[in-house]
Write a protein that binds this ligand. Structure first.
Ligand code: SAH
Length: 370
């Protein structure tokens, strides 16, 4: 039994053995094991999404979300000079719902649909199967990738990522006696449960360390080396190949101290060190750091928008009105509820942010003045 009084998970036993032999495990390694361990990782075995899962993402809330993203992609393709061939890429497609909604909208623009080759970046074999089922006939045209590294090296890339970057492991550092020590996980004194400790490693990023040097003892800060490196790679490709990256996630626009690591299980927050492998583990995305990683001529990250602002500017209410026309009062209520959920500031509208990275010369609504 661990401290939560539950039976130990298989992954908890492995992590305990690792700590016993090699010492404390960094938050980074803990998160990587919990999410991506081939045998016991959360995305490899659980059914994370939807009402019966652990959390609901925007595409699962409403078809309106994917339809608006689809309309934006059609616009971005046209604004990029309507290339006759391009790669439509999704990072971390979950159940495949967003891509299915995008493709349904795209059928209204045959020239977009005909120009697109489909690429899904997904590590989980289980989720790949679900994506295949969701996409139906379109699945035959999809190329799956384990990592963005194998995406085609020529031709424009239109890349969309919803709640992908929050699932990449982060590092945490804790302020102790004037230093930023890497936050790690060790065993409780009784040896069964887990607890946070300060590890031997220290923060290497001198700029970040000095900008937050005045932080009080015990403050936690986070870095996202994987997310930043990935965006930097994608930006290098976009600079050479053309296209755009649309990243939607929950997070913050300015670097700040704070512990944002969280675990969700059955729609409830649970302690981060409880039931490893059985909970979704995420951290808020630092969009300032992502934008900096992508600031590479001739690319330019656009101003960061809230999800609500983005969806409303692109006609969320109008589309909801169309969808509700000739429907029952009950259906219209449901659609109104979905709009609220996606766009209201106290729901997903403000916490979720939209970052676009594209060549400077490409003018994109609603980010650039028209
Ligand atoms: N975009 C979906 C799902 C978000 S959950 C939605 O909005 O519903 C995160 C997704 O990213 C899952 O599909 C997960 O398996 C995938 N994923 C997580 N880490 C990954 C990695 N390092 N490489 C590729 N896919 C990853």
């Amino acid at each position: 039994m661990n401290e939560g009084g539950q039976a130990e998970t298989p992954l908890a036993a492995r992590i305990r053995a690792l700590i016993e032999t090699a010492g404390p495990l960094s938050v980074f390694d803990y998160m990587a094991l919990c999410l991506a361990d081939p045998q016991h990782g959360y995305y490899m075995r659980a059914e994370p999404f939807g009402a019966g899962g652990d959390f609901i993402t925007a595409p699962e809330v409403s078809q309106l979300f994917g339809e608006i993203i689809g309309a934006w992609l059609v616009h971005a393709h046209a604004a990029s000079g309507a290339p006759e061939k391009f790669h439509l890429v999704e990072l971390g497609p979950g159940r495949g719902t967003l891509m299915a909604d995008i493709l349904r909208v795209a059928r209204l623009r045959p020239e977009f649909r005909a120009a697109a080759s489909l690429h899904l970046v997904e590590t989980s074999p289980r989720l790949r199967e679900i994506q295949k089922a969701t996409l139906g006939a379109d699945a035959a045209k999809v190329q799956w990738h384990d990592t963005p590294a194998t995406l085609p090296g020529d031709g424009p890339l239109m890349i969309v990522a919803n709640e992908f970057f929050d699932a990449l492991p982060i590092r945490q550092y804790v302020r102790l006696q004037g230093r930023w020590r890497e936050r790690c996980i060790s065993l409780t004194d009784e040896g069964k449960g887990f607890r946070f400790v300060a590890g031997a490693g220290v923060l290497e990023d001198a700029d970040l360390a000095s900008s937050l040097a005045g932080a009080p003892e015990g403050t936690v800060i986070e870095t996202q080396p994987l997310a930043n490196a990935l965006v930097q790679d994608l930006a290098t490709r976009l600079a050479a190949q053309g296209g755009a990256l649309l990243a939607i996630d929950y997070g913050y626009g300015r670097t700040a101290a704070g512990d944002t690591l969280q675990a969700l299980r059955g729609h409830q927050h649970v302690p981060v060190l409880e039931a490893p492998g059985l909970c979704d583990l995420t951290a808020h995305v630092n969009f300032e750091a992502l934008a900096r990683a992508a600031n590479l001529a001739p690319l330019r990250p656009r101003r960061l928008l809230g999800q609500g602002e983005f969806l409303l500017a692109l006609g969320l209410l109008e589309r909801a009105g169309q969808l509700g026309a000739n429907k029952s009062e009950e259906d219209r209520d449901r659609i109104r509820g979905e709009v609220e959920r996606l766009a209201a500031p106290d729901q997903m509208g403000d916490l979720f942010k939209v970052l676009v990275i594209a060549p400077d010369a490409v003018s994109l609504i609603p980010f650039d003045p028209v």
